[in-house]
Design a protein around this ligand. Sequence first.
Ligand code: UDP
Ligand code: MG
Length: 138
Amino acid sequence: MGNKTFTIIKPDAVRNGHSGKIIDHIIQGGFKINAMKMVQLTQDTAGGFYDIHRERPFFKDLVAFMTSGPCIPMILEKANAVEDFRKLIGATNPQEAAPGTIRNLYAKSIDANAIHGSDSDENAVREGSYFFSELEIF
Ligand code: UDP
Ligand code: MG
């Protein structure tokens, strides 16, 4: 069990003015922020990030959504980070996300679902280094 995970506050949440509340929710949840920045993804960077979903029917819409405005990637630290963070954000579909989770509070639909969370230690490392260089990680 690793102590790092990776997240992105997605463009819908940034656009709707929820990023401050989401960052506070993450900190109050016991996570330390090791890296954070605001970026505008391109077709290539969004497609590369979601490469695993390239053959899925929603891939094109997902890339369009992720490039629709700035987003906020972060590397987070906490014991049992990946599992605990998936609990903090709730189910992919906000309609199924448990009360009080970030997606329950701030997401409107399964595609515009406010936030990303890595699904394994291996992906947390891969995704973190996709966005951040060593000098940007504290
Ligand atoms: N997604 C979508 N439609 C779907 C499933 C997923 O638009 O039917 C989007 C959604 O933004 C989701 C992302 O693709 O967060 C990645 O899907 P995944 O199944 O990995 O969900 P997550 O790990 O983000 O909960
Ligand atoms: Mg996933």
